[in-house]
Write a protein that binds this ligand. Structure first.
Ligand SMILES: NC(=O)c1ccc[n+]([C@@H]2O[C@H](COP(=O)([O-])OP(=O)(O)OC[C@H]3O[C@@H](n4cnc5c(N)ncnc54)[C@H](OP(=O)(O)O)[C@@H]3O)[C@@H](O)[C@H]2O)c1
Length: 237
C-alpha cells in the first residue's frame, strides 16, 4: 500500500510508539489524526498531522470520533488505556488486575466502532506486548491483557476478511514516556530490564513503528503478530 494521500487515525498517537507511528505515516504522505486524552502533550507536530482529544474508554466518544473521521484507510491503536498491575498473581490486588484490562476495553472500542469505517483494502493495527507469549515474573497482568488483545485480533481477522486486514505488533521493552524516570535512574531501569534480552538494550519507539508500517503496507499480512522485541520471546527470566 502506498501511504500517499491515505487517511490514518492513530489512537495513542501523541506519545511513544503511537507518536513514532504518526510521524512515519505522515512522512510517507498520509493525512494523520493522532488521538489521546491530552494531545497537547505532543507539542508541535509536522504538517499533515491533526490531533484530537478522546478517551478510548469513553465508548460513545470513540464511536462519534470514528464516525466523524470516516472513511479511514489506516486505523492504529497504541493507547495504553490506564494503569497496569505488576507482581505475583497470588499477591495481586485483583482490582488492579482488573483495571489492567482497560487497555483491552479501549482497543475493543476502537475495533468495534472503527472496523466499519475502514475503507476496503484498509487495515487495523493493535499494539500488544512481549509478555503475552513469554511472561516474566511479575508480569501476569501484562501477559493476560496482551494475550486477550492478540486473541481478539485473530478472531476479528476472520470476521473482516477479505475486505480489510487486522494485525498486532508486539514490542519488548521500549524507551518511551511510559517510564517517567529520568537520567541515570532511567538508564539503570532499562539496563536491568533488558540485560537478559538477546539484544540487551531498550528498543526505540521508531523501531516498533517500522513494524507497524510493515503490517500496514503489506497487503498479504493479516491475523498475525509481528514481534519487535530484541529477542524477548527467547530470553530467560
Ligand atoms: N513502552 C514499552 O516498553 C511497551 C512494551 C510493550 C507494550 N507496549 C504497549 O505499547 C503501547 C504504547 O505504549 P508507549 O510506551 O508508547 O506508551 P506512552 O508513551 O505512554 O503513550 C501512550 C499513549 O496512549 C495515550 N492514552 C493512554 N490512555 C489513553 C486513554 N484512556 N484514551 C486515549 N488515549 C490514551 C496517551 O496519551 P494521553 O495520556 O494524552 O491520553 C499516549 O498518547 C501500549 O499499548 C503499551 O502497552 C509498550
Amino acid at each position: 500500500m502506498d501511504l500517499s494521500g491515505k487517511k490514518a487515525v492513530v489512537f495513542g498517537g501523541t506519545s511513544g510508539i503511537g507518536l513514532a507511528t504518526t510521524l512515519l505515516l505522515a512522512e510517507g504522505g498520509a493525512e494523520v489524526t493522532a488521538i489521546s486524552r491530552e494531545p497537547k502533550k505532543a507539542g508541535t507536530l509536522p504538517n499533515g498531522i491533526t490531533t484530537r482529544a478522546c478517551d478510548v474508554l469513553d465508548r460513545g466518544a470513540v464511536e462519534a470520533v470514528l464516525e466523524e473521521l470516516s472513511p479511514i484507510d489506516i486505523l492504529v491503536t497504541a493507547a495504553t488505556g490506564g494503569k497496569r498491575a505488576f507482581g505475583p498473581f497470588l499477591e495481586m490486588d485483583l482490582d488492579g488486575y482488573k483495571a489492567s484490562f482497560d487497555k483491552l476495553w479501549g482497543y475493543a472500542n476502537v475495533v468495534r466502532y472503527g472496523a466499519m469505517h475502514v475503507s476496503d483494502g484498509g487495515s487495523i493495527t493493535l499494539v500488544s506486548g512481549a509478555p503475552a507469549r513469554n511472561c516474566l515474573p511479575g508480569q501476569v497482568a501484562l501477559s493476560s491483557v496482551g494475550n486477550a488483545v492478540e486473541a481478539m485480533m485473530r478472531a476479528v481477522a476472520r470476521e473482516v476478511a477479505p475486505r480489510i486486514r487486522i494485525n498486532a505488533v508486539s514490542p519488548g521493552t521500549i524507551d518511551t514516556p511510559m517510564v517517567i524516570l529520568k537520567g541515570t535512574e532511567r538508564e539503570e531501569l532499562y539496563r536491568q530490564m533488558t540485560t537478559n534480552n538477546l539484544i540487551p538494550r531498550a528498543g526505540m519507539a521508531d523501531e516498533v513503528a517500522q513494524g507497524i508500517l510493515f503490517v500496514i503496507k503489506n497487503n498479504f499480512v493479516t491475523g498475525t503478530t509481528v514481534d519487535v522485541d530484541g529477542g524477548w520471546l527467547l530470553r530467560e527470566p
